[in-house]
Design a protein around this ligand. Structure first.
Ligand SMILES: O=P(O)(O)OC[C@H]1O[C@H](OP(=O)(O)OP(=O)(O)O)[C@H](O)[C@@H]1O
Ligand SMILES: Nc1nc2[nH]cnc2c(=O)[nH]1
Ligand SMILES: [Mg+2]
Length: 183
């Protein structure tokens, strides 16, 4: 196993843990979307690593498109305002849409996206979230159909999740040392 990054306090999920979770989620999605042709919507940038793995664990016809939104910018706390940086290139009317997210924290990003995409007349909109953070005071209950696992209320990095655009390339999920983002 590779050495722990010096800015990471603790590893929550190893590469092996991640692989097992993604396989299980892929099986569930494959079963539920049999005979359909879902459009997987990856939310850039955080979800890109998870999406790349999840797609390969889905064994039914599907397509993928990307949307970029950002609410955290360079900060460790949401600005409260979700910005669309890139919209879908695909028409979703009548499609089964599966939004793929790396983490559900305050819920702001997903509640914004779900409302936006539902307004375009899809057949269905579901969410696959790799991580759900256990925080109090989440934006109106979002219940993702597919959840990888729950994480504590700390700042998480790795496997696509960044702080100020760093650490996305760590192959594991870890807790960032507070002194790094409080600097
Ligand atoms: O539930 P929330 O409190 O809205 O937080 C979750 C969102 O925050 C992060 O994205 P961010 O806006 O930082 O952009 P990024 O994906 O480009 O890192 C993460 O990837 C989720 O999309
Ligand atoms: N990297 C990272 N991005 C987030 N966006 C919302 N919560 C988090 C988190 O814990 N870590
Ligand atoms: Mg994101």
């Amino acid at each position: 196993m590779e050495a722990l990054h010096s800015d990471v306090k603790e590893v929550l999920l190893s590469e092996e843990d991640i692989h097992q979770i993604v396989s299980r989620m892929g099986e569930q999605i494959t079963r539920d979307y049999a005979g359909k042709n879902p459009l997987v919507v990856a939310v850039l940038r955080g979800a890109v690593v998870f999406t790349a793995d999840l797609m390969r664990a889905i064994d039914c016809p599907m397509s993928v498109d990307f949307m970029a939104v950002s609410s955290y910018g360079e900060a460790a706390k949401s600005s409260g305002v979700v910005r669309i940086v890139k919209d879908l290139d695909t028409k979703i009317e009548g499609r089964d849409v599966l939004i793929v997210e790396d983490i559900l924290d305050s819920g702001l990003t997903l509640s914004y996206l779900i409302d936006l995409l539902k307004g375009r007349g899809p057949a269905s909109v579901e969410v696959a979230a790799f991580l759900v953070k256990d925080v109090t005071g989440k934006t109106p209950a979002i219940e993702p159909r597919y959840v990888g696992t729950h994480v504590p209320d700390e700042f998480i990095v790795g496997y696509g999740l960044d702080f100020a655009e760093r650490y996305r390339n760590l192959p594991y999920i870890g807790i960032l040392k507070p002194e790094v983002y409080q600097k």
